[in-house]
Design a protein. Sequence first.
Length: 309
Amino acid sequence: MSNEAVVSLRNVTKRVGRKTLINNLTFDVPQGEIFGFLGPNGAGKTTTIRMMVGLMSITSGEIIIKGKNIKSEFEQAIRHVGAIVENPEMYKFLSGYRNLIHYARMVPGVTKERIDEIVKLVKLEDRIHDKVKRYSLGMRQRLGVAQALLHRPSLLILDEPTNGLDPAGIRELRDYLRYLTRTEGITVIVSSHLLTEMELMCDRVAILNQGKLVDVKPIEDFIGSNDQAQTYLIEASVDEVMIASIREMAGIQEVQAVPEGLEIVTERNQIPDILFYLTEKGIRIYGVRAVRQSLEDRFLEITGGGQVG
Ligand SMILES: Nc1ncnc2c1ncn2[C@@H]1O[C@H](COP(=O)(O)OP(=O)(O)OP(=O)(O)O)[C@@H](O)[C@H]1O
Ligand SMILES: [Mg+2]
């Protein structure tokens, strides 16, 4: 993976009348990454994407794609982009294949071989000659992705790609996007208001709220890693005296009784000693697990309890 940014936003602002929809966004997305825009309804995800693909003008600031400015070098910049913003336009009475052929006519350099290759890539071989109106939502999504990929973009932008997909469809899309970044070196930007999906899909996320960038972080930073102290739940029946004595142990930052047993805040490498200690005292342990702070908790913390869509 190269460190060169595929997309750079520099102080991007969008105003409509007196309203500031996007306020001074600055961040980079490196090659090969799956990058997420996360934020509640109305945060500005779609607006940012619309500016990135030239569907909306930029009030001030710069968007650079593969070194080309989307404002002043539009043709050269947009060549690198494949996007699905809102619902992709499809002719429902035509087959998926006919739709791709129709689209390919508008894009220079797309051959029949490329269409076949893409159909295989999105795993629609078996159904590509069926009419689109007979497709499931997930199949329509995949056809949309196929269309967006036909001209070999290096950046794929998908606005709310998991909308309307079931959990299996979401997992499939995620695996598929991973596959694309690995095999074709494509960079992917997805937006969502659903935190759990971003957690599963992205390498990094930018949190947007009311048109502002709240934070950009690798996904691990939101969910905590192994060598940091975190909360563990030990399922056992323990009394107050036992809790007080655990509190005295080295490496324990916090202990509290919960209905299932006790919750401790400690580093992972302390767990064996704690379990050994409890077992030695004759306490029966029924389970131990890390209680992850979810992205949702983090999000609420960061945005100061702002509503989550
Ligand atoms: N053309 C426009 N003119 C005026 N205001 C607009 C325009 N387009 C969007 N907005 C406003 O900009 C804000 C951000 O909207 P946007 O669609 O970017 O949010 P979003 O993060 O994509 O939300 P959602 O999760 O609902 O898709 C909203 O308050 C919206 O009403
Ligand atoms: Mg939107």
